[in-house]
Design a protein. Structure first.
Length: 478
């Protein structure tokens, strides 16, 4: 056993396997072991015998790859699968495509395949870490289980504060989280009688105040009289002149301090006891694990649903979101529109300026699209130089207006200006709306795509609308 992550790949997907091994060594910090299989059955046998972290397989028209795909999905945590799509083979339907971490055209090339494997291994590593944390937390006491009842960070922080209040009857509590880089801590949650919630977000420098000292030293402390402690700082003085005693413990896991819990003034006038310190320290151990879990969860979600190049949503997130949105519209008689766009003559950019500039241009296109829509709208990279926008609660006419606004924004934007090129680019737009032009999620995408291709095949740099369907208008809510 080498201890390195293992990539199982269908033989023949790349012409130069040594080159792929070399690229993997560059892309994966700890290196990766590459094992080739000759057939789906051979791949399934190797998968069962080895600890596989990523599978790269060929998507065949007869579906022979599905057995290996199912094995990868059944693993705990699931093993990410990169699919290579041979020329002429139709892309899998949405439900099937969602089982892949990424779909690439065949041949994918050593560099692109190595990058895809790197992303899949990163996702697998984060998933494994998250699973290990979940297993670790399964055996803790009830208070620990309560704290990790949510993987949303702000919810976790609020639960920690509530449990601190239950454990120690004090006047005020606060939770400060460590900032990246400089080692300071930022006030994230403040509760209780004397807490100044307007100062949420304020930062304590490393070593500043009791909270900064505990974060830097990683040691719990009880201060019986803050008036005589030189560490008591301006942010902490926001508790007011009534502050007497302080209990402060680090949120520490794996040797790292994630923040601190600070409790001010035990009710009844007495000081904090060793029992109080022990209880809050124990809670802090659970809390640190829960915070790390929530952060890992957020990172995993981001990797799963985000396109690495543009930082837009990817097709997996788009498919899931649109499915939920169409169901909502059926139930509540709502509307949702989709804008499908394809860049005009994008290949010329790559030919003229190179692929690095082409990638930079795609990032700028993503920025133009983000600025041109509402916060509630979803912008996703559909693949290559195609993008798609979901407009909740938007009818066809309003969606057409948005598409035209985006078209004009594309026309007016000077691309690659910071790189000294001053490139100009247009796009072809297709618009469809549910239930005005269609009766299903699949038809909504298809009609928007068809409308876009009508522009592409005629004038380019325009907006076409899907035709209104009388049958769709008569669709009854589910």
């Amino acid at each position: 056993m080498s201890g390195r992550p293992l990539v199982l790949i269908a033989r023949g997907l790349v012409a130069d396997e040594p080159a792929l091994r070399q690229r993997l060594a560059l892309e994966v910090p700890d290196g990766a072991e590459l094992v080739c299989f000759d057939s789906p059955d051979d791949g399934a046998r190797l998968f069962a015998a080895r600890g596989v972290d990523c599978v790269v397989l060929r998507v065949d028209a007869r579906g022979e790859h599905r057995g290996l795909l199912a094995l990868a999905q059944q693993a705990m945590p699931p093993v990410p699968v990169v699919g290579a799509l041979p020329e002429g083979v139709a892309e899998p339907v949405a439900r099937h495509a969602a089982a892949f971490s990424e779909l690439l055209p065949e041949p994918p090339g050593e560099s692109r395949l190595a990058r895809s494997a790197r992303n899949a291994l990163r996702w697998r590593s984060l998933s494994r870490q998250l699973q290990e944390k979940e297993q670790e937390l399964a055996s803790v006491e009830e208070i620990g289980r309560t704290i990790i009842s949510s993987l949303e960070l702000q919810t976790v922080l609020n639960i920690i504060m509530e449990k601190t209040r239950e454990l120690v009857q004090a006047e005020s509590w606060s939770l400060l989280l460590a900032e990246e880089g400089d080692g300071g801590v930022q006030l994230s949650v403040a509760a209780g009688e004397g807490a100044d919630r307007t100062r949420t977000g304020a930062t304590v420098r490393p070593g500043e105040g009791i909270a900064g000292w505990v974060a830097r030293e990683g040691k719990p402390v009880v201060v019986e009289d803050v008036a005589n402690d030189p560490r008591w700082c301006g942010l902490e003085q926001a508790y007011g002149t009534g502050a007497r005693s302080v209990l402060c413990v680090p949120l520490e896991t794996r040797g790292r301090v994630l923040g601190v819990i600070e409790v001010v003034n035990k009710k009844g006038g007495e000081g904090f006891s060793q029992r109080d310190l022990s209880l809050v320290t124990r809670l802090a151990g659970f809390a640190a694990i829960a915070i790390e879990n929530a952060r890992l969860y957020q990172q995993t979600k981001q990797l799963t649903f985000t396109d690495e190049l543009t930082r837009l949503y990817n097709t997996r997130f788009f498919t899931q979101y649109l499915d939920a949105e169409v169901k909502r519209c059926r139930r509540y008689r709502g509307h949702v529109s989709v804008i499908f766009l394809d860049l005009d003559h994008f290949k010329l950019v790559n030919d003229r300026h190179g692929h690095l500039m082409g990638s930079q241009l795609l990032r700028e296109v993503a920025d133009v699209l983000r600025r041109g829509v509402r916060d509630v709208d979803i912008v996703a990279r559909y693949g290559g130089d195609e993008f798609i926008v979901i407009l909740p609660e938007t009818k066809l006419e309003a969606a057409a207006f948005v598409a035209e606004r985006l078209r004009q924004a594309m026309n007016e934007h000077v691309f690659l200006a910071d790189q000294g090129h001053a490139a100009h680019l247009t796009a072809s737009f297709g618009v469809a709306s549910f239930p005005e032009t269609c009766s299903s999620e699949e038809e909504l995408i298809r009609l928007a795509d068809q409308a876009m291709y009508r522009v592409k095949n005629r004038t380019r740099n325009g907006v076409y609308l899907a035709q209104v369907s009388g049958a769709a208008n008569a669709e009854a809510p589910a």
